[in-house]
Ligand binder design. Structure first.
Ligand code: G3P
Length: 221
């Protein structure tokens, strides 16, 4: 399972790129707005910087909900950089836009996916990624990870090429569960990526090794 970073914060992306864990980035209008990005021009500038930091897919979402406007935005966004994947919502308008974009070879990340039925519709349209929103389903009392598992099972059974991109992951256990369910990719907030690396026994172990090594009477074999 590959790991993407779910953020539009350039410092977080820079740091994660230095660690070498991530092979892609996902953004959305909420994440962009959090960084003070308020128009497609500044969204483009930020995305171009991200493509310089990470050599992998960078998902960028359309901001319209109307088919013709979504298609126009998607065409523009896709022209920013070859690594850009355009995020379109799991709505009838989003699906119609996907159908129009398909012959143009524009890669799509079907976002806001909350059911296997929505995932199957995106798969018919050749979505490159389909993104089940695990945490938001959990928030509503559903089992978000069950959707990831269903999608993996069905996509494999029918040899559907769309990749399952587990999104809206909120804590490290979500990452473990997405990996066990067979997700192709998990996209994570920076905080969760950091949490993945930490274990108290590692910290205690490192501290003990350092202390033992610093003892004056060392016995070497
Ligand atoms: O990748 C989708 C993600 O940004 C949504 O996460 O925590 O807002 O549900 P969240």
């Amino acid at each position: 399972m590959r790991l993407f970073l779910d953020t539009a914060n350039l410092d977080e992306i820079r740091q994660a790129a230095r660690w070498g864990f991530i092979s892609g980035v996902t953004t959305n209008p909420s994440l962009a707005a959090k960084e003070g990005i308020g128009d497609l021009g500044s969204y483009r500038e930020a995305v171009l910087e991200i493509t310089r930091l990470v050599d992998g897919p960078v998902s960028v979402e359309v901001t319209s909900t109307e088919v013709a406007e979504m298609v126009a935005q998607a065409r523009g966004i896709a022209s920013w950089h070859p690594n850009v994947v355009v995020k379109l919502p799991s709505t009838l308008q989003g699906f119609e836009a996907m159908a129009q974009l398909r012959p143009l070879g524009i890669r799509v990340n079907q976002t806001l996916c909350f059911s296997l039925n929505q995932a199957l519709l995106g798969a018919q349209l050749g979505a490159y990624f389909v993104s089940p929103f695990v945490g938001r389903l959990d928030d509503e009392g559903h089992d978000g990870m069950a959707l990831v598992a269903e999608m993996v099972e069905v996509f494999r059974r029918y040899k559907i090429a769309s990749q399952v991109l587990a999104a809206s992951l909120r804590h490290p256990r979500h990452v473990v569960e997405a990996a066990r369910a067979g997700a192709d990719i998990s996209t994570l907030p920076f905080k969760v990526l950091v949490q993945m690396a930490h274990h108290p026994l590692t910290d205690v172990g490192v501290q003990r090794f350092v202390q033992d090594w610093q003892r004056p009477l060392r016995i070497h074999s």
